[in-house]
Design a protein around this ligand. Structure first.
Ligand code: ARG
Length: 504
């Protein structure tokens, strides 16, 4: 017997949940994202029960009929989650019981529990969101690759310690982020692999005495396999921590890109300019153009780091089995997913439209000794001196030039000082060594900024992005095929045909 308000666990209770206890404990707001998943999970469970002879085909038909109605009603907006029923599971089951009557509706919950149900729903939802996010990462990677194309010989200062270090190409800088994001792709793919296993049928914690077929329900839901151990299933949320962890690392990576966009668009650097559509003005200072998308990316990192800490703290020290604390897993997960997806979309648009001031980049790279390392390398090669000796000679040359307010472009002075160190170089030699453009071309090691290497990496990074796209498309197809397979069986059963002929 349900309680007065319709709660399905009311049997042993003599009073209803107090208003405050209900407000405190109901989860319909967060659960609203998992209604379609809850219905799909219930269809798969019911089909499995009938196939295993645990419920009859008459029961199955009635259950599937009302689950279908619930699905349609959810789609057209006429089925809304009622907070007084606590969560999505109770809402869907109540809809079913009210339609099919308790004789039929009451049989669906055989050999399952809300404990395995909720993680099934969550995994079904999360896996699709992870695919969406991987596609948004691929969008950003493609935007970076598009912008890099043709800039393999465009020089700019490369930095260490935020000080000019050596000349690099614009394409080299941009593709460094594509390479970084390729590892985010891998982390998300790896998290997906562990998420894509079925906990359904673990029941409350101990499994069940009914002769269920967990592999069948897993297959109907498109899971690649089982999350086997029942007690582990119901009490573990490491897969959520792992997903948010991967998202947190991704956001940390995006914040680096954002930071460079903020700083390099400043007047002092002037290396790039945001498109007007991705910048905003000041309410008081008419001249301002603020890089708000990049700044907000930097700021939103805090949301995702915070969500990670929230989920880890929620998990810490929990005893085995389901504990109600675990209900607090979904709000941080949804928030992290939403934040990351939005950030990636905005960042990709910003990257696509930013203007690079390549003249300014070229001017800057010549002003601050970025070719000093290459000059030392030249002396090593031409004079056969140890690198440390050349480092010392060029170091003292730079010291002299700094004191005199000169740069390496002052070839005459460079020649004089080198001569004092016993190294005679022609003016032509000096000019070609300290030219940032030529310096860039000299780089040849694997993974270097040398144009040939950058072109090679652009090709291999582009194919890694294409592979990520294929990977997500394949995973999406598998999910879609499973959903359609379940839908076909539902249709078959509802048309009155025997389950044995459904092609399970
Ligand atoms: N709303 C719950 C959650 O999100 C569903 C599982 C409830 N299980 C229970 N025994 N009360 O975790």
């Amino acid at each position: 017997m349900a309680s007065k308000s319709g709660r399905l666990w009311g049997g042993r209770f003599s009073s209803d949940l107090s208003d405050i206890a209900l407000v405190f404990s109901e989860s319909t707001a967060a659960d609203g994202r998992m209604v379609a998943e809850d219905i799909w999970g219930s269809q798969a469970h019911a089909i499995m029960l009938a196939q295993c002879g645990i419920i009859s085909e008459v029961d199955l038909r009635e259950i599937l009929k009302w689950l279908e109605k619930a699905r349609e009603a959810w789609d057209d907006g006429s089925f809304e989650l009622r907070p007084e029923l606590e969560d999505v599971h109770m809402n869907v089951e109540t809809y079913l019981r009210q339609g099919a009557g308790p004789e039929f509706g009451g049989r669906l919950h055989t050999a399952r529990s809300r404990n395995d149900q909720v993680i099934t729903d969550c995994k079904l939802h999360l896996r699709v969101r992870l695919l969406d996010i991987r596609d948004r990462v691929a969008d950003l990677q493609e935007a970076l690759l598009e912008r890099a194309a043709g800039h393999e010989e465009t020089v700019m200062p490369g930095y260490t310690h935020t000080q000019h270090a050596q000349p690099v190409s614009l394409a080299f800088w941009l593709t460094s982020y594509v390479a970084l994001l390729a590892r985010d792709q891998e982390r998300l793919a790896d998290a997906y692999r562990r998420i894509n296993t079925s906990p359904l049928g673990a029941a409350a914690l101990a499994g069940t005495s009914f002769p269920t077929d967990r592999k069948l329900s897993a297959r109907l839901l498109g899971f690649a396999g089982l999350q086997e151990h029942a007690l582990d299933c119901v009490g573990s949320r490491d897969y959520i921590a792992e997903a948010i962890g991967a998202l947190a690392i991704l956001m940390a990576n995006l914040s680096k890109l954002a930071e460079e966009f903020v700083v390099w668009s400043s007047w002092e650097y002037g290396m790039l300019e945001m498109d007007d559509a991705y910048a905003s003005g000041s309410s008081i200072m008419p001249q301002k153009k603020n890089p708000c998308i990049a700044e907000l990316t930097r700021g939103k990192v805090g949301i995702v780091f915070g969500r990670l800490m929230q989920i880890l703290t929620m998990m810490k020290g929990l005893p085995t089995g389901y504990n109600r604390d675990l209900q607090e897993d979904k709000p941080p997960l949804w928030d992290a997913l939403d934040t990351v997806e939005l950030t990636l979309t905005a960042m990709a648009a910003m990257v696509r439209t930013v203007t690079f001031n390549t003249e300014r980049m070229r001017a800057m790279v010549g002003q601050n000794f970025a070719c000093a390392t290459e000059l030392a390398n030249y002396l090593v090669r031409e004079r056969g001196l140890p690198f440390r000796t050349c480092h010392e000679i060029v170091g003292s040359l730079v010291g002299v030039l700094v004191r005199e307010g000169k740069t390496l472009d002052d070839h005459q002075r460079v020649q004089e000082v080198l001569r004092e160190h016993g190294e005679e170089l022609s003016l032509d030699e000096i000019a070609s060594v300290v030219d940032p453009q030529l310096c860039l071309r000299q780089q040849r090691s694997v993974g270097s900024t040398g144009p040939a290497e950058v072109r090679r990496m652009q090709r291999s990074l582009a194919s890694s992005v294409a592979r990520a796209r294929q990977d997500t498309a394949k995973a999406r197809d598998a999910v879609k095929a499973a959903r359609e397979h379940t839908a076909r069986i539902v249709k078959h059963v509802l048309s009155g045909k025997p389950l044995a002929k459904a092609g399970l």
